[in-house]
Design a protein around this ligand. Structure first.
Ligand SMILES: [Zn+2]
Length: 266
């Protein structure tokens, strides 16, 4: 998932200082950040069969976002909609940003427009909604939908198309994010199973303690894995393979962690 968001910053197009949904020749669209607002394996909620449906709503949230009710949210989320009205099909983008582009709200209260275009990659499960310098790329080629168990993936095969070191780095980042998503999923399952196992009122005091330690262990693992991968990175002394070296080490540690999480509480 990659997102880039822009809106018209022309002051004359505002009413009472507030942003209006206008599209005129002198609109000045400005991308909020130079980097993507989200570039990660995200939580996506959409009804099944959406690819063929006339109407759908897709909710995309930053994986670092905690509860739906957090305020301020602290992380971005988007509502993408397809609406079929008579002959016309519209695509809209709404998000929880404020006028400064910060993820302030707990609702996707800002509708940026209903005139975005949609396109699908000719062969791959990649969907793009864009227009007026905003762009949202929903890429199921790098997802737990396509790779429910990324830990079983043949890394060599995943890197098959790579032409150069830059491609390798890009793919390595994808791989790390995929494994991260898998770890998050297994952690959620683990916490859920602790909650179920200790739901009896007589043992609930154990439950919170166990969950707290499970979360701490995960945080400590992450700190260790990052430090260890940085240690490997440093031995390249700035050489071009450093990024990929970091990635190999990190993915290997992620895989060990996944196998640990899979064997616990089962
Ligand atoms: Zn404008």
């Amino acid at each position: 998932m990659r997102t880039k968001i822009a809106w018209c910053v022309n002051k004359e197009h505002r009413e009472n200082g507030l942003w209006q949904r206008c599209r005129s020749d002198d609109c000045e669209y400005k991308v909020r950040h130079e980097w993507d607002l989200i570039r990660d394996v995200c939580k996506i909620s959409v009804k099944e069969g959406w690819r063929e449906a006339d109407n759908w709503t897709m909710i995309i949230s930053d994986p670092n976002r905690n509860a739906e009710t957090d305020h301020p949210s602290g992380n971005y989320f988007f509502y993408i909609q397809k609406m079929h009205l008579g002959e016309e099909t519209r695509y809209s983008i709404s998000w929880n940003g404020n006028d400064a582009g910060e993820p302030e709200y707990s609702h996707a209260q800002w509708n940026l427009g209903e005139d975005y275009t949609y396109s699908k990659h000719p062969t791959k499960d990649i969907h793009t909604i864009k227009g007026h310098e905003s762009e949202i790329i929903i890429n199921f080629e790098c997802s737990l939908v396509k790779y429910p168990e990324p830990e079983a993936l043949d890394i060599g095969a995943y890197f098959e198309d790579c032409q150069n070191n830059w491609d390798m780095k890009f793919k390595m980042t994808e791989l790390i994010k995929l494994h991260d998503a898998r770890i998050r999923q297994l952690m959620e399952e683990k916490i859920q199973s602790i909650e179920e196992d200790y739901s009896d009122p007589e043992v609930t005091h154990h439950r919170d303690n166990i969950i707290q330690h499970a979360v701490k262990a995960q945080e400590a693992w992450k700190a260790y894995a990052t430090a260890r991968a940085n240690e490997v990175f440093s031995t390249y002394c700035g050489g071009s393979g450093a990024g990929v070296g970091y990635g190999w080490e990190y993915v290997e540690l992620q895989r060990k962690r996944i196998s640990e999480l899979k064997t616990q509480y089962k």
